[in-house]
Design a protein around this ligand. Structure first.
Ligand SMILES: Nc1ncnc2c1ncn2[C@@H]1O[C@H](COP(=O)(O)OP(=O)(O)OP(=O)(O)O)[C@@H](O)[C@H]1O
Ligand SMILES: [Mg+2]
Length: 243
């Protein structure tokens, strides 16, 4: 019971952004995808969400190959949180509730989400006047309300205030407990390590390491996840001066 990615490949002109990538994210699991700038994290998430068409590869959920209608199964909160400029925060939620045919009473859940994200005062604010963090929170609230079983988050912490980051962690952790499959791309290694069950390390479109945090740390004699990251992405054990 999982999101399964097999042989995912995406080229831009002659550059291979994602190179024969295969991995799984089980329901009830948070998987972090990390890697240097340009490693292919966002491209991978965009391909999974259906926003970018891969050159090769299969994406399955619970054993069934996903076609173009996968928006019911997989939701992405992209790196750049674009909202509808002429819809208010509440109208975004109402729109998603209608699209996903939420049962009566969705309004209470939506209000609770806005409260949690300290967005209640922005309920009637138009998308085009929201700050970046508020746009992220609007998409987060809409996505959680929509309830897709697989959720992709691209750099979700960047731009969120400390309370927003804490609530995001709490929301993602509770979605895991409800059995959602969650894939999060990030550069914040320690914060990802604290939250995720497994980590995938990408470099130049390829999977160069993966495992639980303990498994990855063990590669370095229980060193830090940063040491492991630098080893695998720079290609050799790194001796660095640390302060
Ligand atoms: N629309 C595009 N056209 C051409 N090349 C692209 C496009 N989008 C991404 N790329 C290239 O694909 C590679 C992977 O980019 P991607 O954005 O997936 O990396 P990333 O891991 O998300 O990086 P970052 O950490 O900076 O967000 C890069 O070499 C990038 O230049
Ligand atoms: Mg990116």
């Amino acid at each position: 019971m999982s999101l399964a990615v097999r042989g995912l490949t995406k080229r831009f002109d002659r550059k291979t952004a994602v190179d024969d990538l295969s991995f799984d994210v089980a329901r009830g699991e948070i998987v972090a995808v990390v890697g240097p700038n340009g490693a292919g994290k966002s491209t991978t998430l965009m391909c999974l969400s259906g926003l970018v068409r891969p050159d090769a590869g299969t994406i399955l959920f619970d054993g069934a190959v996903l076609g173009p209608e996968r928006g019911r199964t997989i939701a992405l909160i992209p790196e750049t949180p674009d909202v509808y400029p002429m819809l208010t925060v509440w109208e975004h939620l109402a729109f998603v509730a209608a699209l996903t045919k939420q049962p009566a009473g969705w309004e209470d859940r939506a209000e609770a989400l806005l409260d949690r994200l300290a967005m209640a005062r922005e309920r009637d604010t138009l998308g085009n006047t929201l700050s970046k963090g508020m746009r992220q929170k609007t998409l987060l609230a809409a996505t959680v309300l929509g309830g897709t079983p697989a959720l992709l988050l691209d750099e979700p912490m960047i731009g969120l205030d400390p309370l927003g980051q804490r609530e995001l962690r709490a929301i993602v952790t509770s979605l895991r407990a409800q059995g959602h499959a969650i894939l999060v791309s990030t550069h914040l290694l320690e914060s990802a390590a604290a939250m995720c069950d497994r980590m995938l390390v990408l470099d130049r479109g390829r999977l160069v390491a993966s495992g639980t945090i303990d498994e990855l740390r063990a590669r370095r004699g229980d060193g830090s996840i940063e040491d492991v990251f630098l080893d695998v992405t720079l290609g050799q054990p790194q001796d660095r001066i640390t302060s």
